[in-house]
Design a protein around this ligand. Structure first.
Ligand SMILES: O=C(O)CCC(=O)C(=O)O
Ligand SMILES: [Fe+2]
Length: 330
């Protein structure tokens, strides 16, 4: 494990997970121990030695850049406002994720959200929207979706080992084909000089699901909060790596042992467009999330009441909409 940054008190580890795939129990446990350390301390790490080929990442990043460069009318033709299940395009300023500052400006990013293709059904189940003017987007997007979903299942296996559970503990949650995994591509345009320092790409928030895998290009801007010192620290881009963080559901499962950490994207003065993609594995809707027995020390009590994933997600979506009309924090 190597430290990619050591600014003040913060340490965001870089973990090579390739020993996990060797099948050797000692190698697997070593990776799981490194992951435990990262989630107990900062709640964030970067992962290399994984199974998503660089070639798929590159083709996907190129495809989302091409999508965001389409005329606005083409993007609006797949607007989320047409969708009953939060699929499709969100324009710049369409979201405001900031949970710390109610006067913050709306997020200076545009997004495109895809889940598994399903008929309209339970919460967030339904059809995707694809732009007619870019017919090749669907194949590359879904190829990437499948590859990163697979990696998220591996990460859940490692999390299980890190908590002293059997390796398949989260398999149903993480692999249910009807789960509500979300893959959202983002485009952050360069910041004009007059708004430098006053806008946010994404306001400060924690992710409310279980696990997030973020692919970012080399522009930078993602920062995580170090709570004890109230200071923000950059997550330096590493080509091909995933930034992995846990969300509020995993914090509930682990009784606060693993930290769901506030993060944001600043809008630095930059000549460059930034592209990123977040994959949220929020799992099987009917799972009951409650304190895992291995996370309860002697004399400790569960800090949260048990909650069903679907109820938790509906509540968080409703809170988000109630707060600002268009705000969705995932
Ligand atoms: O684009 C990024 O770097 C982070 C995005 C993010 O935090 C989110 O979508 O929840
Ligand atoms: Fe986030």
């Amino acid at each position: 494990m190597g430290s990619i940054e050591d600014a003040g008190n913060i340490h965001i580890p870089l973990v090579d997970i390739s020993p996990y795939f060797s099948g050797d129990a000692v190698g697997k446990q070593k990776v799981a121990d490194e992951i435990r350390d990262a989630f107990e301390n900062q709640g964030f790490l970067q992962v290399i030695g994984h199974t998503v080929p660089l070639d798929i990442q590159d083709r996907y990043l190129a495809a989302i850049a091409e999508f965001f460069s389409l005329p606005l009318a083409d993007k609006e033709s797949v607007s989320q406002s047409n969708s009953k299940c939060h699929r499709g395009y969100e324009r710049i300023g369409g979201q405001k994720l900031d949970e710390l500052d109610e006067n913050a400006t709306p997020d200076q990013k545009e997004g495109f959200s895809i889940r598994r293709e399903r008929p309209l059904g339970r919460f967030l189940e339904g059809p995707n929207q694809w732009p007619a003017t870019m017919p090749h987007l669907k194949d590359v997007y879904m190829e990437y979706f499948d590859a990163v979903h697979q990696l998220s299942k591996t990460m859940f296996r490692l999390i299980a080992l890190s908590l002293g559970l059997s390796e398949d503990h989260f398999d149903y949650f993480a692999s249910d084909p009807n789960s509500i995994c979300l893959c959202r591509a983002h485009h952050y345009p360069p910041t004009p000089k007059d708004s430098a320092g006053r806008t946010r790409g994404v306001g400060a928030h924690s992710d409310f699901g279980a696990l997030t895998l973020l692919l970012q290009d080399n522009v930078g801007g993602l920062e995580v909060l170090h709570k004890p010192t109230s200071t923000w620290h950059a997550v330096t881009p590493i080509q091909g790596a995933y930034v992995v963080n846990i969300g509020d559901l995993m914090q509930i499962w682990t009784n606060n042992r693993y930290k769901s950490t506030m993060h944001r994207v600043i809008s630095p003065l930059s000549e460059h467009d930034r592209y990123s993609s977040a994959f949220f594995n929020d799992g099987a809707l009917d799972t009951i999330v409650e304190c895992i027995s291995t996370c309860l020390g002697p004399g400790e009590k569960p800090m949260y009441a048990p909650i069903r994933v679907e109820d938790h997600c509906i509540k968080r979506y409703q809170q988000s909409y109630g707060a600002g009309g268009t705000k969705i924090t995932v």
